[in-house]
Design a protein around this ligand. Structure first.
Ligand code: R2B
Ligand code: URA
Length: 309
């Protein structure tokens, strides 16, 4: 593992300021967060973001816009009639970034490379802003294994397509492995909230892949070199190893949050049972309702943390 901290400190997250494990940043005159269209010179990041405690990520820009509007309501922020919350990163069309009180809502696009870029920049933003005691959440979708669609899977651990619990990054011609631990206590708290809200949810392992089609054993991509039997035997095998769902960002999310020692959780609703098929055929309305479930769980968690309920 690339992390050169002693084994006994693993699994321990630190509350307190968001620290960057990069000595170069403090020597830089200006830090341009290019994909967020922000910089610590041109913007007063402390003024803008110092009170952020909860950073919620999701793949789609519109979903994250809807989420911030929902959070504004839940946190009883009055938005004047005809007004909407501004996308703070409107100067870049790569990602969206919204803020309501202590909550940031950020889109991350699809897949590890896209998430990784915005995660670096959000961590730097939180550091420059002097934020403390921050928690991060990924609110997403996934394919489930032997679960009714609509089930929320809370990731106990993220693994790659070979069931390895770390993210590999090619750095300076070497492969570095970053462990992807997630916080058990936080997961249990979220699981209890899901129960209270009447949502079916499970805590289990999540497989994170680099591709939606062949990478997730689908037979319906543009290419496919395996048959139904191969597919089913793979999916059953990983299910037997405790994998509850498959998606495309959890490994990077967990690895980067853990590397920064920021507590995080990954909550993905399932939108298909992969033991029954490959194509996503649920209606738009049904998909919307399922995708709101992780958001509602996190909203309830945030309200609790803020002492509102
Ligand atoms: C879930 O859904 C997306 C693919 O449809 C991907 O971003 C993921 O992890
Ligand atoms: N997202 C994925 O990555 N896979 C699925 O099957 C559904 C959503």
């Amino acid at each position: 593992p690339s992390d050169n901290e002693p084994e006994e400190s693993r699994g321990k997250w630190k509350d307190g300021p968001v620290e960057l494990k990069n000595p170069h940043i403090q020597k830089m005159d200006e830090d341009v967060l290019y994909h967020l269209a922000l910089s610590n010179k041109s913007h007063d990041l402390k003024e803008m973001f110092h009170d952020v405690k909860f950073v919620c990520f999701g793949g789609s820009p519109t979903r994250m816009q809807k989420f911030v509007a929902f959070m504004a309501k839940e946190l009883q922020f009055k938005i004047p009639a005809g007004m909407t919350l501004q996308n703070i990163s409107h100067g870049s069309d790569r990602y969206v970034l919204y803020k309501v009180g202590p909550v940031l809502s950020v889109s991350h696009g699809m897949g590890i490379p896209s998430l990784s870029i915005v995660f670096h920049e959000v961590l730097k933003l939180l550091h420059h802003a002097g934020c403390t005691d921050v928690k991060m959440f990924r609110l997403g979708t996934s394919g489930g294994l032997a679960l009714d669609p609509g089930t929320v899977v809370i990731s106990e651990a993220a693994v790659d397509g070979l069931l390895r619990p770390y993210m590999e990054i090619a750095t300076l011609g070497m492969i570095l492995q970053h462990p992807a631990f997630l916080d058990k206590e936080l997961n249990e708290e979220l699981h209890a909230i899901a129960d209270d809200l009447g949502f079916t949810s499970v805590i289990g392992k999540t497989m994170c892949t680099y591709d939606f089609y062949e990478g997730q054993a689908r037979l319906d991509g543009a290419f496919c070199d395996f048959n139904e039997e191969d597919k089913m035997s793979f999916l059953k095998r990983i299910h037997d190893r405790g994998i509850k769902n498959i998606e495309m960002e959890s490994l990077c999310f967990a690895a980067m949050a853990y590397r920064a020692r920021v507590k995080s959780a990954v909550l993905c609703c399932t939108i298909i049972d992969r033991l029954k098929g490959d194509q996503i055929t649920a209606s738009h309305e049904t998909l919307e309702e399922w995708q709101e479930r992780p958001q509602k769980i996190i909203s309830r968690y945030i309200q609790k943390q803020l002492g509102m309920i």
